[in-house]
Design a protein around this ligand. Structure first.
Ligand code: GDP
Ligand code: MG
Length: 162
């Protein structure tokens, strides 16, 4: 079985953009507004000779209350199916209450979770990641899904055990 990576996070943080880059497809709809991906969306990628599967999700709307409500059902299912979770946040938007709610859930989860700070283009990595250290999910990794910054390096690191 390929390792499975689930992309979770608020709408608009760049999950579908990363999905498309990792799977070299344009299957996922990328847009400036929230909630386009209603279902889970599967694709395959390859790093060298290592295949992996990626799951895109619609994201979790920050308007809901409580952790169960805040985690959209599709995201919970994707996390269950995954070996690895990329919790994506947005360097430009900064840390939001919805991010904190998702983080609380992921901290209780046993899944290997990477805190991925997207949209770091135009910013130094240390500055892009600074405020996300407080989330208690380990070292934040700065990427720019749209431009490919640090994406291959992240995947190489994540797939090391496989
Ligand atoms: P999703 O809702 O999490 O799937 O987010 P999308 O992939 O649809 O992206 C939302 C918006 O963020 C789109 O306008 C993307 O072009 C933009 N975006 C995605 N990745 C980056 C990035 O690395 N840098 C910048 N500046 N914008 C990005
Ligand atoms: Mg999307």
């Amino acid at each position: 079985m390929n390792p499975v990576i689930a992309l979770v996070g608020r709408p608009n943080v760049g999950k579908s953009t990363l999905f498309n880059r990792l799977t070299r497809s344009r299957d996922a709809i990328v847009a400036d507004y929230a909630g386009l991906t209603r279902d889970r969306h599967y694709g395959n990628g390859k790093l060298g000779n290592k295949p992996f599967t990626v799951i895109d999700t619609g994201g979790i709307s920050g308007n809901e209350q409580g952790i169960d409500a805040a985690m959209a059902e599709q995201s919970l299912l994707a996390i269950d199916e995954a070996d690895i979770v990329f919790f994506m946040v947005d360097a430009r938007a900064g840390l939001t209450p919805a991010d904190e709610a998702i983080a609380n859930h992921l901290r209780m989860n046993q899944k290997k979770t990477w805190l991925v700070v997207n949209k770091s283009d135009g910013t130094q990595e240390e500055i892009a990641t600074a405020e996300f250290w407080t989330m208690g999910l380990g070292d934040p990794v700065a990427i720019a899904a749209e431009h490919g910054r640090n994406v291959t390096q992240l995947i190489e690191h994540v797939l090391e055990p496989y």
